[in-house]
Ligand binder design. Structure first.
Ligand SMILES: Cc1cc2nc3c(=O)[nH]c(=O)nc-3n(C[C@H](O)[C@H](O)[C@H](O)COP(=O)(O)OP(=O)(O)OC[C@H]3O[C@@H](n4cnc5c(N)ncnc54)[C@H](O)[C@@H]3O)c2cc1C
Length: 400
């Protein structure tokens, strides 16, 4: 058995893990970044939507390599087909090339001094006196024992690190997604992201069309709780119902799971931290987790390096990461979760009524968990009675 030793071992070279590895290496820690796949960034399991700010916070420029389409508008469809349109600065972003994006972030971590080991799967954690002290991994059929002052679990929703270190087996609420990358299209508005709501289309979730150009788009959906069939069944139905996709060619099949119950109650313990999807750190209403994961990774990496170099790796010391992330993203994630729970009470008919009175800006704010109470109060002033009742019942219940 080969033995290795580092200050910080990061498990998973997705956006959260590479950001953590980079930040920790920049602060002078010795860092190992482990990835189970042979190539960072593949396979892609993403609709590839990212805001302008998200790209900037990742430290990348919108070059042709990393960005395939600039997005300047959004259309949100109610179950009855009525849509609300928003153009302009509140919804400016990109459809990125997620494989290139992930690869570039890993390269930045390596440039900062982290060591990257691909095709290496973490199987469990090493423990000493109750604290996490490293990981076991397999590579080319051999077992590696890798000791670390701190292990950062950035290994996605099914996180081995989370389960092995006793920080939580599973999330109370997840969205299950199916997605195709479709080619041979001729979209009129490749600069517009589309969202479709309704229990027939995507029960408990939504369907999306995120163009990568006028010819190519990521078309997918996620379902929760109320679905009666796997998401792929709803996706095929959705695609068949849209004449724009009649001659589409399937270029890629994607899918996956997003944890939408909010940040887990415990995301650090002695010698271990969780970041990104592993910790539930994504925006529940949209399922977007790249931006928040990059920020969480950066903060966790900074705290891990400082703590490891100080020789103080207790849960109490690592709580600094939890506090700093909470200050930047905690409220947004909680409030976006509250909106998910509120919308669970809306039938398709209620959603149609809401669509009569809500504006594009308000939808974006609610989905992202920004100024939720203020926006709901504004909507109440012009909403029909049925919608007023649903919102006030929800507000009175403290969001439960
Ligand atoms: C269908 C779909 C569409 C989405 N669309 C968007 C979108 O448009 N915009 C957006 O912001 N978010 C989107 N998301 C969410 C987004 O993909 C995640 O929030 C984001 O990838 C989280 O980054 P992460 O680094 O935490 O985890 P991941 O990107 O999941 O990275 C985890 C990494 O860990 C590796 N790993 C796992 N287990 C091990 C192990 N035991 N040993 C070693 N390595 C391991 C994996 O191979 C992977 O590389 C979507 C999700 C899905 C499922």
């Amino acid at each position: 058995m080969r033995r290795l030793r580092y200050n910080v071992v990061v498990v998973g070279a997705g956006p959260s893990g590479s950001s953590a590895a980079r930040a920790a290496a920049e602060r002078g820690a010795s860092v190992l970044l482990l990835e189970e796949h042979r190539e960072v960034g593949l396979p892609i399991q993403c609709a590839e939507g990212l805001s302008e700010r998200g790209l900037r916070d990742a430290g990348l420029k919108p070059t042709g390599e990393v960005v395939s389409q600039r997005i300047t508008g959004v259309k949100v469809y109610a179950p009855n087909g009525r849509f609300i349109s928003l153009r302009g600065s509140d919804w400016v972003g990109y459809t990125i090339n997620r494989d290139v994006f992930d690869r570039m972030l890993a390269e930045k971590a390596v440039d900062a001094g982290a060591e990257l080991m691909t095709a290496t799967r973490v199987r469990g954690v090493l423990r000493e006196d109750g604290a996490v002290k490293g990981v076991y991994a397999t590579r080319d059929g051999r077992t590696l024992k890798i000791e670390a002052d701190i292990v950062i679990g950035a290994d996605g929703y099914a996180s081995t690190v989370r389960r092995a270190s006793g920080l939580g087996r599973w999330f109370p609420d997840v969205v299950t997604c199916a997605e195709f990358r479709l080619g041979n299209l001729s979209l009129d508005e490749p600069e517009v992201n589309e969202f479709y709501f309704g229990r027939e289309v995507a029960p408990g979730g939504y369907a999306w069309v995120f163009p990568k150009s006028s010819e190519v788009a990521n078309v997918g959906l996620g379902v929760r709780k109320y679905h009666k069939a796997p998401p792929i069944v709803y996706l095929k139905r959705f695609i068949d119902s849209d004449p724009r996709f009649k001659n589409a060619e399937i270029l890629m099949v994607m899918g996956g799971v997003t944890p939408v119950s909010g940040i887990l109650r415990r995301i650090v313990d002695d010698g271990v931290m969780l970041v990104g999807d592993a910790a539930g750190e994504l925006i529940p209403c949209t399922g977007a987790g790249v931006h928040s994961g990059v920020v969480a990774g950066r903060i966790a990496g900074e705290v891990a390096a400082e703590a490891a170099l100080e020789g103080a790796v207790s849960a109490g010391r690592l709580e600094e990461y939890v506090r700093r992330f909470e200050a930047e993203w905690g409220k947004r994630i909680r409030d976006s979760r509250r909106v998910v729970e509120m919308l669970d009470r809306f039938s398709d008919e209620d959603l149609n009524l809401l669509a009569e009175v809500i504006t594009g800006d308000e939808i974006v704010a609610l989905a992202n968990g920004v100024n939720v109470s203020r926006v709901l109060a504004r909507i109440l002033r012009r909403a029909p009675l049925k919608v007023v009742r649903l919102i006030t019942a929800y507000l009175r219940g403290g969001g439960r």
